[in-house]
Ligand binder design. Structure first.
Ligand code: BEZ
Ligand code: FE
Length: 326
């Protein structure tokens, strides 16, 4: 910065016992912090920290961060940390609503073309019971009956036998079991295996839109930015098998008006599905699906909702070859 007389200001320094102490300025501080943080042998850690320091300093300079804004920022981050508990992860939620989780997910799934896309995990994955194909993961009365079925395959179309499917969803009121004080065990979640043909079928409920937890500091950010908190209706799937990369994904209901407003940016076109009304009661019997009665064109009709999808897993060896970093 020019001095009062218009000449460039020089950096003040003084001799100390052993080294010259140069004053740090807005111009030389960043390089100094990077230099002093680079005396380590792990190249990846060194690289990440140098970039973090550079970008964070550039951000502060670019927005010309004021002292009161800096104070508000660390007070907010303190609140985010304090809102965390074994049942609540506000830090991940902050990453989710800022699109960072979705960005990490997107750049990592670029490594497996042709396989089922991934989606955000969210904070509601939890332990669940094991089920057989055809069982119901939801207690009755929790929502509209829905059959979920499909096949797990590899990239060449071969069925994957013995894939462990771990699924979870809210009940018909938009609550996960963990959010429901009346529930003391798992509901609307379960684990089961694909059969010899890679097929699976399980009964659950038609998903509904529901809000991310917005009664904490992250909710205040959504309010501040005039954003809505409801996620589009979805069912989560975590699919694992010893020979394949673990797939963390979700299927979204095409009918949801909030697909484009997802507060955590997890909805993707390839994961958006038609959940269809089905009146094939023979099919319901085969899959042990509980039919419900619903008005269709003014008439009471018996049937169930159907969500079908084939999941394609990435071979572990293939992914290893493509990975840019360990
Ligand atoms: C969910 O889908 O359950 C979720 C994902 C991210 C943040 C909050 C909830
Ligand atoms: Fe969810």
């Amino acid at each position: 910065m020019p001095s009062a007389e218009g000449a460039p200001s020089s950096i003040n320094s003084t001799e100390t016992n052993g080294a010259k102490l140069e004053d740090l300025t807005a111009d030389n501080l960043t390089q100094h912090v990077i230099k002093i943080s680079s005396n380590i042998s792990n190249e990846r850690v060194k690289y990440i920290f140098s970039k973090l320091i550079q970008h964070a300093h550039d951000f502060v300079r670019e927005v010309d961060l004021q002292r009161d804004e800096w104070e508000a920022s660390w007070q907010f981050l303190t609140e985010v940390g304090q809102a965390c508990s074994p049942d609540r992860q506000e830090i991940i939620l902050l990453s989710d609503v800022l699109g960072i989780s979705a960005l990490v997910d997107t750049i990592n799934s670029r490594q497996s073309p042709g396989t089922t896309e991934s989606s955000v995990l969210g904070p509601f994955h939890n332990d669940s019971h094991f089920f057989e194909n055809g069982d119901s993961i939801s207690s009755t009365g929790a929502g509209d009956s829905m059959l979920i079925r499909g096949t797990v395959k590899d990239l060449h179309g071969n069925p994957v036998h013995g894939a462990l499917l771990d699924i979870w969803e809210t009940n018909g009121n938009g609550h996960y079991d963990m959010q429901d004080p009346e529930k003391d065990g798992p509901d609307c979640r379960g684990r089961f295996y694909s059969d010899e043909e890679g097929k699976f079928y399980i009964n659950g409920v038609k998903p509904v839109d529901y809000p991310v937890p917005y009664d904490g500091p992250v909710g205040k950010v959504l309010d501040l930015l005039n954003r809505q908190a409801y996620r589009p209706a979805h069912v989560h799937f975590l699919i694992s098998h010893p020979s394949f990369e673990k797939l963390n994904t979700a299927l979204y209901n095409r009918e949801s008006p909030r697909l484009v407003l997802d507060p955590v940016f997890g909805a993707k076109s390839s994961l958006t599905k038609d959940i269809v009304w089905c009146e094939d009661l023979e099919m319901a019997k085969i899959h042990k699906t509980r039919p419900i009665v619903r008005k269709v064109d003014g008439q009471d009709r018996e049937g169930f909702w159907l969500l079908e999808h084939d999941f394609i897993l990435a071979d572990k060896q293939e992914v290893k070859k493509r990975k840019t970093h360990d």
